[in-house]
Design a protein around this ligand. Structure first.
Ligand SMILES: Cc1ncc(COP(=O)(O)O)c(C=O)c1O
Length: 393
């Protein structure tokens, strides 16, 4: 099923032609994704339930999940019901755990009809889902979210047994997992883990089945092996991105998956004293060649790169000049031979302008950089060492 997804794409030649028309796009190296998944699997030795929320952290949900499925991934985690539906519409039949809360009958019915696993932490949600499943003659899987100490969402740990006991009696629901989000504070995480273990031990005594227990996302995969339990939920690290510089000390070798590319839409030569962009933010001190890239902060190239960003033009790293605006970014093109239409790496896969450096320069977290990637940017996916292209717009 998942392999077939890639076979449905246009020929390499057609895709190359399409790319020629893209002013800006993301290139996603699915071989790097394979590498990262294998690294994490080797490290944890338990089931990986990848977090693919926010359009797979900007990488493009459907092709990323299709590729993960070819690597044996059985279920993924989404934050929006819409994302779960996108996966089903693409014909992908993996398990999908939806974390979006449900507020209308229509949404409950969609979860049932599309065979989606729903996160449950309120009795009311469980009851309504059970009724929707019963009305449609189906059994729906649920993962129970437990708040073991983060205080965000989830049934509070001391109320968990009562809720789970009750859910286990609902004939049209099947509990397939218990999960909780750690607070990423070593001391509190230990307490949270103990709370989860206590709950599962009590359920064992009561003979209530709960499937897998899951607590660890990327941070805990790097730093807290005790929390792996039966399933881990990595997000950012699968895309080859370290949440923080300290994570690199843990020697999990990850490869950034994406490159952000943009074409030069105009080139001009300016004189000393001439200024560029809003508020005269940049003033030339010499005669210089300047290029306008067709990419801006609406695309996901952060505004915080104003006067500070770096892009890769051929082999040169060149500075951003003046303000990054909604759709445009100006760069220094001195000593380069590029022309209008030439491709520049706004964010490279490695080096001085990779994602980590870019986020740091812009003063944002790597997470913000990734979830800020506009859905409208075309994505080009590269699989099997560039021998096979596919794309999704
Ligand atoms: C419940 C849950 N699990 C796992 C993750 C993945 O986290 P990370 O990207 O830090 O690995 C997230 C992301 O926010 C999440 O909300």
């Amino acid at each position: 099923m998942a392999e077939a997804y890639f076979l449905k794409h246009p020929s390499q030649e057609d895709i190359k032609k399409k790319i020629e028309g893209f002013p800006a796009w993301l290139e996603i190296d699915l071989d790097a994704l394979t590498h990262n998944i294998k690294q994490v699997q080797k490290k944890v030795g338990v089931e990986l339930v990848p977090c693919v929320k926010s359009n797979a952290y900007g990488h493009g949900l459907v092709p990323v999940v299709a590729h993960m499925m070819t690597l044996g991934i059985k279920r993924v985690l989404v934050a929006k019901l819409y994302e779960a539906q996108q996966l089903r519409e693409a014909g992908l039949d993996c398990g999908i755990i939806n974390m979006d809360p449900l507020f209308s009958d229509e949404k409950f019915n969609e979860v049932v009809d599309q065979n989606i696993t729903q996160t449950v932490y309120l009795q009311k949600t469980a009851d309504k889902l059970d009724t929707a499943a019963k009305n449609r003659g189906k059994i729906v899987s649920v993962w129970i979210k437990i708040d073991t100490g983060l205080g965000r969402v989830g049934v509070r740990w001391n109320d968990a047994i009562e809720l789970i006991k009750s859910v286990s009696t609902l004939p049209n629901l099947k509990i397939e997992g218990l999960f909780s989000t750690l607070s990423e504070n070593l001391e509190l995480d230990k307490i949270q883990l103990e709370r989860m273990k206590q709950i599962s031990a009590e359920l064992d005594e009561l003979g209530i089945k709960y499937g897998v227990r899951s607590m660890a996302s990327s941070n805990a995969i790097f730093h807290e092996p005790d929390t792996y339990l039966e399933a881990v939920r990595p997000g950012i690290m699968l895309y080859g991105l370290y949440p923080e510089p300290k994570d690199r000390e843990k020697h999990i070798d990850l490869k950034q998956c994406f490159t952000m590319k943009a074409r030069i839409e105009q080139i001009k030569t300016i004189e000393p004293g001439e200024s560029l962009t809003y508020s005269k933010r940049f003033t030339a001190t010499k005669k210089m060649r300047v290029g306008t890239l067709h990419i801006g902060y609406s695309d996901g190239f952060p505004r915080g790169l104003t006067q500070k960003g770096k892009v890769k033009v051929g082999d040169h790293i060149k500075p951003v000049l003046g303000t990054v605006s909604v759709n445009h970014t100006l760069i220094d093109l001195d000593d380069t031979k590029v022309e209008v239409g030439s491709v520049v790496e706004a964010i490279s896969q490695q080096g001085e302008n990779d994602a980590a450096h870019t986020a740091e320069t812009a003063g944002i977290m790597i997470y913000s950089l990734m979830v800020g990637m506009n859905f409208l940017l075309p994505r080009v996916f590269i699989k099997n060492n560039k021998k096979h292209y596919s794309y999704q717009i």
